[in-house]
Design a binder for this molecule. Structure first.
Ligand code: CMC
Length: 375
């Protein structure tokens, strides 16, 4: 039997149309609903971008106010969910806790079984509002601290810092965080988004799709890379040690986290913007060690391997400089990507066909089942 043309890793395969975002690898650019991400970072904020991804247009002042009011009204976790989070074993990875939290939110959601577009959108809003509360509570509980209640007087990003640290930092820190949230929000048919669309294609609900997306995002080849980058930088320790450390990796042909991308082969469009804001964080904190170490790594990766950094490379040190614990980095990515995932869930459901590819069988030829005594 001839082997059909295989697309391992679905490389180069167009699986559907989408109007949510566009990656243009030739020009290293990315647009959300037609707007360049770097322009959105300078001219709007994360809440506006969430609205844009879900509605197709940037909000006017009244639309934004209504969107923010709904988000702020839905931030609290149920007492039952807080009890579940308290039961998560101390050493568990927070991504496992967040995945569990989303499953639980699905089970307790008043519209759990309703997969109409209107209900799915209301459920997506509840997820957007509650995820930061769950992420921050998980982090605090893991350190023996009590969760902090959300503050409905604070915008999305300010509230996140309040939930984690009990205080809101200076505006430069909020801006860098907001930029990271915009850049992480959406990225076409990446593994977690495609996973969420696959789940949606079966007619399942949005909490299932998002829980599956979280499971996919955790892996180090995908969202888990932002944590891996910071572990790598702390392991290297200083810019002076970076070149030798990298030589060791090259000797073992090991992956260097935060580098390479399936679609961008000439540079990730989001890196210059995120690097600029990670540099600002280094200035605010007065610690240039991580950005200097990054600079040496990136220069040598280019020189020796011709491989560019991806978004996780500057996002890792940016979050570290903001004071977040490393295991929170991918959960923070979740708080942003819920917007892109949900936009794709709406789009998939609106024009659905079950996602069900083929596999080319390479196992045993057909054979008789032996009775137990003969095996
Ligand atoms: N370090 C060292 N070599 C690399 C790296 C890397 N990070 N990335 C790619 N290469 C090599 C790869 O080994 C291959 O070499 P060869 O041709 O000799 O076999 C060559 O570059 C081409 O790469 P590929 O395997 O065709 O790339 P892919 O499209 O299958 O994989 C990737 C893309 C992102 C999984 C991979 O680059 C990788 O594992 N990077 C490290 C993890 C990472 O940073 N992931 C974050 C991705 S972007 C944002 C996100 O999703 O969070």
């Amino acid at each position: 039997e001839a082997t059909p043309t295989l697309y391992k890793g679905l490389v180069g395969v167009y699986a559907d149309v989408s109007s949510v975002s566009k990656v243009m690898p030739e020009t290293n650019s990315l647009t959300y609903r037609g707007y360049a991400v770097q322009d959105l970072c300078e001219e709007s904020n994360f809440e506006e971008v969430a609205y844009l991804l879900w509605h197709g247009e940037l909000p006017n002042a009244a639309q934004l106010a209504a969107f923010q009011a709904e988000e702020r009204a839905n931030r609290a976790l149920s007492p039952a969910l807080l009890r579940v989070l308290r039961e998560i074993p101390k050493g568990a990875h927070p991504m496992d806790a967040i995945r569990t939290a989303v499953s639980f939110m699905g089970a307790e959601d008043p519209e759990a079984a309703d997969v109409s577009d209107a209900a799915q959108r209301r459920k997506a809003m509840r997820l957007l509002a509650k995820l930061p509360t769950a992420v921050a509570a998980t982090n605090r509980l893991s350190k023996g601290l009590e969760p902090i209640a959300p503050d409905a007087s604070l915008p999305f990003c300010e509230n996140f810092f309040h939930l984690v640290f009990g205080k809101v930092p200076q505006p430069e820190v909020i801006k860098s965080f907001d930029v990271s949230m915009i850049l992480y929000a959406e990225h076409t048919f990446n593994a977690s988004t495609f996973t969420a669309r696959t789940v949606t294609s079966t007619g399942a609900d949005i909490h299932g799709a998002i829980a599956a997306g979280i499971a996919a995002l955790k892996g180090p080849l995908h969202g888990g890379a932002n944590e891996a980058v910071m572990h790598m930088l702390t392991e290297i320790g200083s810019p002076e040690a970076a070149e030798e450390w990298l030589d060791g990796k090259f000797d073992h042909k090991a992956l260097v986290m935060g580098f390479g991308h399936r679609v961008y082969k000439n540079g990730d469009s989001r890196v210059p913007t995120m690097t600029k804001y990670a540099e600002k964080m280094a200035e605010v904190v007065g610690d240039r060690r991580w950005m200097e170490t990054s600079r040496v790594l990136a220069a040598k990766m280019m020189r020796v391997k011709n491989i560019h950094p991806n978004l996780d490379f500057p996002a890792g040190p940016a979050y570290y400089l903001m004071g977040f614990d490393i295991p929170m980095f991918t959960p923070i990515f979740v708080c942003s990507r819920i917007t892109g995932w949900a936009a794709h869930v709406f789009e998939q459901a609106a024009d659905n066909r079950l996602i069900r590819p083929l596999s080319h069988y390479t196992g045993e030829e057909q054979r008789p089942v032996k009775p137990m005594a003969e095996r």
